[in-house]
Design a protein around this ligand. Structure first.
Ligand code: GLU
Length: 312
């Protein structure tokens, strides 16, 4: 497979589809992004990186942060994690509150907002970074984890996006408070939300994200540094959750069209992995109705079809 030619072809074919859909506007700072942007990057387990389009432009990773925080939380508490969050697709929108009441404050999975907030709460209980406790230490620990995974110390928060999310975060605040009432948030609700908004507001490029995801394609070990990030078993489990729950209410659709474990975010980014081979990241800000990048999903569908790299 000529990966560079594949990416170049996709970047050309995708042009008529750019701007179809809507940028996320419930976070005002995200509404200002140009909906016609497109970038795609592949990093192979051999360390080769291939790029097309705006692959070096930073964007808000949003919910893609949730695969990394899930990794961190699983390392802290292991199997106990599943006492506090489920692992079933929700069948509802990513920010839905209805199931939480019926299901006694236990979110369906770690990738819907409620589940991700619980994961953030777990991290907040376990990682005072550099001896700094509380929200600041936890935010630092999360961004440091991403810098290590991407091997790039320049990765940082977009503080404007974090502020914007906080200012308009009524729904996430409702989810967090409801879970606190059920006893499923341990730390101070405002601190947990502050950390959550910041992790979503981390800015990265397609190139950095494809590099950062590589451990999921290599049984939990970073193939370029040899560092064990998570056990092979845990990496396999997180990949399964990406496949079944990684794309909100369109996870089934993504599995059918692309057939790779992946995670999307409302900033328009999507990451996916091809086991034993590579990680791919794509970005285009205009979203379909379920909150996934329209052109990004299409690009990954083309990528899987062209390369034959589906896990099925
Ligand atoms: N920060 C966003 C929110 O909490 C993340 C949503 C997403 O990317 O799915 O609403």
């Amino acid at each position: 497979v000529n990966l560079q030619a594949t990416l170049d072809d996709i970047a050309g074919e995708i042009v008529p589809h750019l701007g179809v859909g809507k940028v996320a506007d419930y976070i005002p700072a995200l509404a200002q992004v140009d909906p016609h942007k497109f970038g795609i990057a592949v990093t192979t387990v051999e360390g080769e990186s291939l790029l097309a389009g705006a692959a070096d432009e930073r964007f808000s990773i949003q919910s893609i942060s949730k695969v990394f925080t899930l990794t961190m939380a699983a390392e802290f508490v292991g199997q106990d994690l599943w006492q506090r969050v489920g692992r079933e697709p929700s069948g509802s929108a990513f920010n839905s509150i209805v199931q939480l009441e019926y299901e006694h404050g236990i979110p369906r999975n770690p990738f819907i907002n409620a589940g991700a907030v619980v994961i953030t709460d777990i991290i907040a209980s376990h990682c005072p970074a550099g001896g700094v406790k509380g929200a600041q230490g936890t935010k630092t620990a999360i961004v440091d984890f991403l810098r290590q995974r991407a091997d790039d110390a320049a990765i940082d928060f977009d503080l404007e996006v974090a502020r914007s999310e906080k200012a308009w975060g009524y729904r996430n605040a409702a989810l967090a408070n409801l879970m606190k009432a059920f006893g499923n948030i341990v730390n101070d609700v405002d601190d947990v939300l502050d950390i959550y908004f910041h992790q979503c507001a981390i800015e990265m490029t397609c190139r950095q994200l494809s590099r950062a995801m590589l451990y999921f394609a290599n049984d939990g070990t970073d193939p370029l540094t040899g560092q064990l990030v998570v056990s092979a078993e845990r990496a396999r489990r997180i990949n399964s959750i990406m496949l079944t729950c990684g794309h909100y209410d369109a996870s089934g659709d993504f599995a059918v069209r692309v057939g790779l474990p992946g995670k999307s975010g409302v900033g328009g980014g999507i990451v996916a992995i091809v086991p034993q081979r590579l990680a791919v990241a794509v970005w285009s800000p205009a979203l379909n109705e379920q909150g996934n990048s329209h052109a990004g999903t299409l690009a990954l569908e083309k990528f899987a079809a062209r390369t034959g790299y589906s896990i099925f």
